[in-house]
Write a protein that binds this ligand. Structure first.
Ligand SMILES: [Zn+2]
Length: 272
């Protein structure tokens, strides 16, 4: 299908196939709406740009559940606009940290850079969970039934301990969040797992590669092919053999190292 992007309520909507859409917020975070016959799953909710639920209801008339790939603020920002949220329990702590006022202020400033002025009410609602005190748990191998379509939860610790990917085996689509991305995967957070653990995760995904034609990540180039598994495995192997081989990077929040290989890179603090 030819990709024709449309602007809906300030979000960019790009069809993936007749029952799947990629939704992009102004911060260039990707969400995916995966529709079955009985309900639809929204994979991630972006940075908190208000009005995502109206975009979703313009695309599907089915009940919607939210599936978070992990607990970072640029994937959970509009959770409060939906009733039913699922996330792996290992990311509860980082989700709690990202609900703090300091993170909301960061979002306000990023929104301002992107030309969006958030009202105080909108800012306060970002990364809240409505009536739910905690998201419902996801676990490895769980099947999410959507009616004639299902998503398998694959626990993929790396970027965070509670990161998951979602596999639609029939459509051969893997929704990978920040676990597999073009350019790089960040393993430099306190909530990240060691490089060796990330390599185990990529091996787990590579074991499924015959069931995957296209990978739909949370950022950057899309879609990706399974060659990215090999690039990340090689990048991790080289890094484990050459812990001094990374380049120092500094951001306003953090200092870390980045190890490059072909189209990918891994950020890290120490190599284990
Ligand atoms: Zn993340």
């Amino acid at each position: 299908m030819a990709e024709t992007a449309a602007l809906v309520n300030g979000y960019t909507v790009t069809p993936v196939d007749k029952d799947t859409w990629r939704i992009t917020d102004i911060f260039q975070d990707y969400m995916y709406l995966v529709q079955g016959k009985e309900r639809a799953a929204l994979i991630d909710t972006g940075m908190g740009q208000p009005g995502l639920s109206r975009v979703v209801s313009a695309l599907t008339d089915r009940p919607v559940i939210v599936l978070n790939t992990h607990g970072h603020l640029d994937h959970v920002g509009c959770n409060q606009e939906f009733d039913t949220i699922y996330m792996h329990p290992s990311d509860r702590e980082v989700l709690g940290q990202h609900r703090s006022q300091a993170y909301r202020e960061k979002i306000r400033s990023l929104a301002g850079d992107a030309g969006l002025v958030l009202t105080e009410e909108e800012l306060q609602s970002i990364i809240c969970l409505g009536d739910q005190s905690e998201p419902r748990p996801l676990q490895d191998c769980q099947m999410i039934e959507l009616g004639g379509r299902k998503l398998e939860v694959i626990h993929t610790p790396g970027h965070t301990g509670g990161s998951v990917c979602f596999l639609d085996e029939d459509a051969r689509q893997l929704f990978s969040g920040d676990t597999i991305c073009h350019l790089g995967v960040m393993l430099s957070f306190p909530e990240s797992v060691p490089v060796s653990g990330f390599a185990d995760t990529v091996r787990k995904l590579k074991a499924r590669e015959r069931q995957i034609e296209k990978i739909y990540p949370g950022h950057h180039a899309v879609p990706l092919d399974c060659g990215y598994f090999d690039q990340y495995l090689e990048c991790a192997a080289r890094l484990l053999n050459d812990p001094e081989g990374g380049t120092a990077e500094h951001s306003v929040f953090d200092d870390f190292y980045r190890y490059f290989y072909k189209d990918v890179s891994l950020t890290y603090k120490t190599v284990e």
